[in-house]
Design a protein around this ligand. Structure first.
Ligand code: NDP
Ligand code: MG
Length: 337
């Protein structure tokens, strides 16, 4: 069993008086910076000029370049996109890190795959919320939190786990539960989850269902509701009480169709591919491929993203969502200012 920690198990004091620099002010960055400040911490934001600089300043933070922010900090949290982080670390953060500082990550990718190799005196930990940044912020504001993972990679100071727990509690994780893991386990399961189930699996399932219905002559509007819109309604039920909870709520006809047809969609062949994808993650093949793709300017990433945006399910969805006024309140704020 993994260890789970809550606010009552954690002393925030270990972070009080320490200067914390959050590098990046995107999805996770804005959430960590605001939550830690509201938890009474001393927070500076480190970011490149232009971009979200102004947004962080407007939120009342002291904003510096990543190099200046690292120089001033006892604890540096790296919240840049994983594929650009190693460059910023090598040029700006690493050379300016105080001796004996704490260096933190919200995902193990760069440490586990050896893209960032911190000095032996650095205390390296992970505090990874299991949810997107806007949720990390909105749950905290509601007095709640998003579950969080912590792991320690190196610990010359001897108290890195306590610092990691305090950090995770400072962003609200202690209200929901903080689970202890390792950089390897977090990195590999995170990549697997997003590739196979959450992002890759789900989007392909939605698109294939939509294509099948519209290909058979049904209207795109009906296909959108059945294959995309209602996903959330079903997932909410699963989230609340597991698959049984969802099956309790749906009609018997739906449940019979679920039980007998689902296994024809996810077959032994699908599971074989899942194992293959996991092997590509474990061997580092996926990481190599992705970093190479980034090095050459992301041609495949850009082309596939564009193709996805042009999919008919996106076009009809845009039209239908505009007709649903209750969807006006957005979870994601895409503005920079
Ligand atoms: P974002 O893409 O939202 O981060 C964007 C931030 O990084 C912005 O401040 C942006 O600045 C800056 N940035 C982007 N490119 C560069 C660059 N080339 N040089 C310098 N700064 C740059 O990242 P996330 O918040 O999604 O991810 C941060 C970390 O959190 C990652 O390790 C990720 O794996 C992890 N994580 C993310 C989750 C999520 O839901 N998003 C969930 C859990 C963990 P500008 O405004 O100037 O572009
Ligand atoms: Mg993930």
């Amino acid at each position: 069993m993994v260890s789970v920690y809550y606010d009552k198990d954690i002393k925030l004091d270990i972070l009080k008086g320490r200067k914390i620099s959050i590098i990046g002010y995107g999805s996770q960055g804005h959430a960590h910076a605001n939550n830690l400040r509201d938890s009474g911490m001393d927070v500076t934001v480190g970011i490149r000029r232009g971009g979200s600089w102004e947004k962080a300043e407007k939120a009342g933070f002291q904003v510096k370049t990543p190099a200046e922010a690292a120089k001033a900090a006892d604890l540096v949290m790296m919240l840049l996109p994983d594929e650009t982080m190693a460059g910023t670390y090598a040029q700006e953060v690493g050379p300016n890190l105080k001796k004996g500082a704490y260096l933190a990550f919200a995902h193990g990718f760069n440490i586990h795959f050896g893209q960032i190799v911190p000095g032996a005196d650095a205390n390296v930990f992970m505090a990874a919320p299991k949810g997107p940044g806007h949720l990390v912020r909105s749950e905290y504001e509601k007095g709640s939190g998003v579950p969080c993972l912590v792991a320690v990679h190196q610990d010359p100071a001897g108290d890195t786990k306590q610092v990691a727990l305090a950090y995770a509690a400072g962003i609200g994780g202690g209200r929901a539960g903080i689970l202890e893991t390792t950089f390897r386990e977090e990195t590999e399961t995170d990549l697997f989850g997003e590739q196979v189930v959450l992002c890759g699996g789900l989007t392909s399932l939605i698109q294939a269902g939509f294509e099948t219905l519209t290909g058979a002559g049904y209207s795109p509007e009906m296909a959108y509701f059945e294959c995309l819109h209602e996903v959330k309604l079903i997932v909410d039920l699963i989230y609340e009480g597991g698959i049984s909870n969802m099956r309790y709520s749906i009609s018997n006809t739906a449940q019979y169709g679920d039980l007998t047809r689902g296994p024809r969609i996810i077959t032994d062949e699908t599971k074989k591919q899942m194992r293959k994808i996991l092997e590509e993650i474990q061997s580092g093949e996926f990481a190599r491929e992705w970093l190479l793709e980034c090095k050459v300017g992301k041609p495949m990433f850009t082309a596939l993203t564009r193709r996805g945006e042009e999919h008919p399910v996106e076009r009809v969805g845009k039209k239908l969502r505009a007709m649903m006024p209750w969807m006006k309140k957005k979870l994601v704020d895409r503005s920079k200012a």
